[in-house]
Design a protein around this ligand. Sequence first.
Ligand code: UD1
Length: 419
Amino acid sequence: MHRIRIRGCRPLSGEISIGGAKNAALPLMAAALLTEERLILSNVPQLADIHTMATLLAQHGITVERVARDRRMLALGGAITNPEAPYDIVRKMRASVLVLGPLLARLGQARVSLPGGCAIGTRPVDLHLKGLEQLGAQITLEGGYIQATAPCRLTGAKIVLPFASVGATENILMAACLAKGRTVLANAAREPEIADLAACLNKMGALIGGIGTDRLTIDGVARLHGAEHETIPDRIETGTYAVAAAISGGAIRLRCARLDHLGSVVRILREAGVEIIEDGGGVTVRRLDGLHGVDVMTEPYPGFPTDMQAQFMALMSVAEGAAMVTETIFENRFMHVPELNRMGARINVHGASAIVRGVATLSGAPVMATDLRASVSLVLAGLAAKGETVVNRVYHLDRGYEALESKLAACGAAIERLV
Ligand code: UD1
């Protein structure tokens, strides 16, 4: 199994290119099921999760090709030949459930494996299913599969989400595009990846209003057509490398980064003593004199993202003073804490909050992580630690960070993959 070795305590300096957002590209790819025509997506990162979605779509009958002249461009198209999303693919990636809404809207039927639990919590899909039922779908659960039918086309409805779930918003949004009449989706999630999906759907002929707000209106159309769309830059990759600059005590320019999607992260990092300056084509992040502890609570967008919580905790572990980090989105997302503590951090968890008391230095250790963002937080801690850190289970990183080692090494990090 691959591992990553880091020799820490070197300030990073240089430039890193930010890729397209994984969490935008995955639903955009699922949207290809809504039309028989070609959907061309550019700025799609080369990641394991993207490959998993391509495999899933391929077994539904959709061809997914990387365009030769631009490997970040995907051409998707073809007729749907199979309405089933099998357990073997869905269990690898929860976002596979995003094919449910499009399959149902297009074919009037879908059979999608339940994603089940995962390392960061139980993560049910009840909100996806209730929303689709309100659009007229009949849904049963059988043998670990979601069995959904809508023989007479879905019908628009007023849906109020009890919680602003990202995936449920995306699934209902895609299904409603081909429903009869108007759907109003209230308390919708407002993540930039959803606005990106809605913009692409409108290019495909959908009629979506209220984009970027928590109230989406969708006037259903009979069919959608092909389109070309560029994926937005990855705000979590941007935030992660911003923390790399700060924790290593260096300065990194993040090419193609967008600060408008990172408001709460930028505010908190600035409060902690990090300088962040936007120029025309990117953002430069630099640690000023010292880092200070700052309290943070994860919330749906535009609040502080849960996907930045572990990285921020690594940063706070070397800040002066204490920081309270509260996780409100997932119930079990502190699995990086014992590993950070093994590196010398002083973190205590009390329910949904963790108190981080900053230490002067961390020390390298062999560590193991259980999910994508937890893994990268250990890489970040390794950059600041004395001695050698070896991060095991690197496959988590490959799901969401393209060329992590070479991007950091180009800025002076002593980091390599051990195979
Ligand atoms: C998406 C992101 C993930 C991010 C998360 C929160 C993708 C591919 N993944 O995941 O990186 O961490 O948003 O920003 O975009 N919930 C229910 N019932 C449901 C759906 C969700 O109870 O039907 C709960 C979940 O268990 C969780 C919370 O709602 O506690 C947030 O989940 P959700 O916003 O749906 O996250 P995902 O779409 O799975």
